[in-house]
Design a protein around this ligand. Structure first.
Ligand SMILES: NC(=O)c1ccc[n+]([C@@H]2O[C@H](COP(=O)([O-])OP(=O)(O)OC[C@H]3O[C@@H](n4cnc5c(N)ncnc54)[C@H](O)[C@@H]3O)[C@@H](O)[C@H]2O)c1
Length: 379
């Protein structure tokens, strides 16, 4: 099986590419390295000393068949040339600007996030139409497309069974989109684009609505220094748990927005790689509606997480005015039945895994730039 991993140099894409290679896929990573460039611009390069993509790929050849193409997914000429040569069986699409706070920093970041994410997805499918290729496309979406509310019960996977008030008929509709940032909005737009491509051109598409990813390494990335995964801790790109653990490691108060009453869905980075692998092997029928799986291990309350880390480390918790427009507190229940039916057994937030992140952060804490701990985005 030939897998093309778009965005395979990133936090989720790198361990997933290695996992697929270890499972016997011939993996081609395509990435424009924009994440590395943005991190440098923000003064917040990865806390872990990730290697150049060339060194990474050389080391990855001990794991399996891994190639690299320096390519921008929004460039139709380059993308068509690669697809034409490669003819992949499956494409995993991670290649998007993925920070909600970054997408809300200002005019340039709003426009970049929409142009990069939506244009990339459209360029991919349009190229596949032109080339007559129909690989299974697995796209990374986000739980944030649903909003964070319990009003419609447990969050179903992409669709909702409802009774229409006017006709009394029972129908299944797409789950109402309720994005909370420009970034989340792009994932809703991607989803609508993909529904149209699936219906009109008989694609097989899976959209993985992923929770907040925590942790840093998988078994494979920790097996060799040259394979180490990136770790973001800054206010814009650090995902909440990784951010809090990093703050504790350098004696900074744990920054919690508002009351910390927000409940969010989480998944460990090694589960991301396993779930994507499971999803690649289970395409929907050609032309079927986009298959949606909630790629989530568990739901946790942000304030409770901060208190748990504070207890373990002796750090203080500092409650800041919430810079975001979001409910001060919410309930959340999430179905992950689809991936579970394929064999997903979630790793939950246990101490041993927390110790692993603390150890990584402890090893590299001299590289941490305290000036980037606070998010500059306000909305
Ligand atoms: N990290 C999370 O907590 C999380 C949660 C839910 C969903 N996701 C989704 O998973 C995907 C990967 O996230 P991540 O955390 O690995 O992000 P990341 O920024 O670390 O990785 C994204 C990769 O895509 C590349 N890229 C971006 N635009 C590109 C383009 N136009 N052409 C080629 N390459 C491009 C970047 O250089 C980077 O290597 C994203 O789509 C994100 O929205 C991530």
């Amino acid at each position: 099986m030939k897998a093309l991993v778009l965005g395979g140099d990133g936090f989720c894409g790198w361990p997933t590419s290695l996992h697929l290679a270890a499972e016997g896929y011939a993996v081609t990573i395509a990435d424009n390295l924009s994440r590395r460039a943005i991190a440098d611009d923000l003064g917040a390069p990865s806390l872990t000393p990730i290697r150049s993509i060339e060194d990474r790929v050389t080391a990855a050849r001990n794991v399996g068949d891994v190639q690299f193409s320096h390519l921008d997914v929004t460039d139709p000429v380059a993308l068509k040339a690669l697809l034409g040569t490669l003819e992949p069986d499956v494409i995993v699409h991670f290649a998007e600007q993925r920070s909600a706070p970054y997408s809300m920093l200002g005019d340039a970041q709003r426009r970049y996030t929409v142009a990069n994410n939506v244009n990339g997805t459209n360029t991919l499918f349009s190229a596949l139409v032109e080339l007559g290729q129909r690989p299974h496309v697995v796209h990374l979406g986000t739980m944030g497309v649903y909003g964070y509310s319990d009003d419609l019960g447990e969050l179903q996977e992409g669709y909702l069974d409802v009774r229409v008030a006017q006709t009394g008929r029972d129908v299944t509709i797409g789950y109402p989109a309720n994005p909370g940032s420009i970034y989340h909005l792009t994932k809703c737009l991607d989803h609508t684009l993909m529904q149209f491509y699936a219906k009109n051109w008989q694609f097989q598409i899976t959209d993985l609505h992923q929770g907040i990813v925590w942790g840093t390494d998988s078994e494979i990335t920790s097996s060799d220094e040259a394979l180490i995964n990136r770790f973001d801790y800054d206010g814009e790109y650090g995902t909440v748990l990784n951010r809090l653990v990093s703050q504790a490691a350098v004696g900074h108060p744990l920054t919690v927005y508002g009351t910390g009453g927000q409940s969010r869905a989480f998944i460990h980075i090694s589960d991301t790689a396993r779930c994507v692998h499971l999803a690649t092997g289970a395409p929907p029928d050609p032309g079927a509606q986009v298959q949606v799986f909630n790629q989530v291990a568990e739901v946790r309350n942000v304030g409770a997480l901060a208190r748990m880390i504070a207890e373990r480390t002796g750090a203080e918790v500092s409650y800041l005015d919430n810079p975001r427009k979001e409910a001060a507190a919410n309930q959340l229940r999430v179905s992950n039945a689809g991936l579970r039916s394929l064999g997903f057994e979630p790793r939950t937030l246990e101490d041993s895994l927390m110790d692993e992140i603390s150890a990584t952060v402890g090893r590299y804490k001299d590289r941490l730039n305290r000036d980037v701990i606070f998010s500059k985005a306000r909305w």
